[in-house]
Design a protein around this ligand. Structure first.
Ligand SMILES: Nc1ncnc2c1ncn2[C@@H]1O[C@H](COP(=O)(O)OP(=O)(O)O)[C@@H](O)[C@H]1O
Ligand SMILES: [Mg+2]
Length: 292
């Protein structure tokens, strides 16, 4: 399901991930534990395609068979597309500077005589070609970005420590958002959201706003939101970090229930010993590497 090989990440000169290898099977619940600052959140963000690892000839990341680094253009830094972009930007900039110098110092000559036509064409043709090229380049890039964000929206779900629900929307509306983004039919989405919220024991709370819900309830709404597009993998970053013991236990049981019922894969960063030990596999992160 998830295969990561030799993942590196630098923040300036600080190497936060020092070559992480990770293989997670479908339907597995894996917990990641480790001291604060060990790189857990960074790793989760990269596995969740929310962040890019640093370029490394030996790195790879596939989720559900999709080559994520290719989608993110991480391994293509030296590709033809990027190289052309650099060449065109550099030659174009030099041309424009020369042109500006020419116009400043020899301005009058351009408009003098029969050279007028040749001069105008030679002035504007390169600039117009550059504009065309940039237009095509950025269109192509935004198409690539869309492929990635569609992949993320349809295949991956996220649960964070702070639920990050939108305060002005009801529980039901919050849950529906990822499905609306995916362009699913609103009537079906709403039915599915009600079903999910009911399954999570929130049927009497669907029209409440987050501020009217308890911490545990808010987190269950966030779980429903993460599940609405039926993702194959759910990434959770300290999902119960903000909950009391009882709500935390309920949430943890829910993860296992969901896995048994829907076969979902979970990657959970947690400081909660009990949750970490309940997982099928516990990975310990030490200083940017997985130590077991
Ligand atoms: N956006 C960032 N810019 C610079 N440094 C960062 C950034 N995000 C995290 N770090 C640093 O990377 C290290 C690992 O952070 P993180 O992955 O959040 O660790 P953990 O989740 O295990 O506590 C920390 O030293 C942190 O300060
Ligand atoms: Mg963290």
């Amino acid at each position: 399901m998830i295969h990561a090989k030799n993942i590196h990440k630098f923040y300036d000169k600080l190497e936060v991930l020092k070559g992480v290898d990770l293989h997670i099977k479908k339907g597995e619940i894996v917990s990641i534990v480790g001291a604060s600052g060990a790189g857990k959140t960074t790793l989760l963000q990269i596995l969740g395609t929310l962040d890019k690892p640093d370029h490394n000839a030996d790195s790879s990341l596939t989720i559900n068979g999709r080559d994520i680094l290719e989608l993110q253009n991480v391994q293509n830094k030296s590709s033809k597309q990027e190289r052309n972009f650099k060449i065109i930007t550099w030659t174009g900039s030099i041309y424009i500077i020369l042109l500006a110098v020419y116009l400043l110092f020899f301005r009058t000559k351009i408009f003098d005589d029969t050279l007028r036509l040749v001069a105008s064409i030679s002035l504007f043709l390169p600039i117009i070609s550059m504009l065309f090229y940039y237009n095509r380049y950025f269109k192509k890039k935004s198409k690539q970005d869309k492929v990635l964000s569609d992949f993320r929206n349809l295949n991956l779900g996220f649960i964070f420590q702070f639920h990050q629900l939108l305060p002005e929307f009801t529980a039901l509306e919050n849950v529906c958002i990822p499905a609306h983004i995916a362009g699913k039919k609103p009537s079906e989405t709403e039915k599915e959201a009600v079903k999910l919220l009911t399954y999570l024991g929130l049927s009497h709370r669907i029209n409440h706003k987050p501020s009217e819900l308890s911490g545990g309830e808010q987190q269950r709404v966030a779980v429903a939101r993460a599940l609405i597009n039926k993702p194959d993998v759910i990434f959770a970053d300290e999902p119960s970090g903000n909950l009391d013991t009882h709500s935390a236990e309920n949430l943890h049981q829910l993860f296992f229930q969901l896995r048994d019922e829907f076969g979902q894969t979970f990657v959970i960063v947690t400081h909660n010993e009990e949750l970490a030990n309940m997982a099928d596999r516990k990975l310990v992160m030490v200083d940017g590497q997985i130590s077991n």
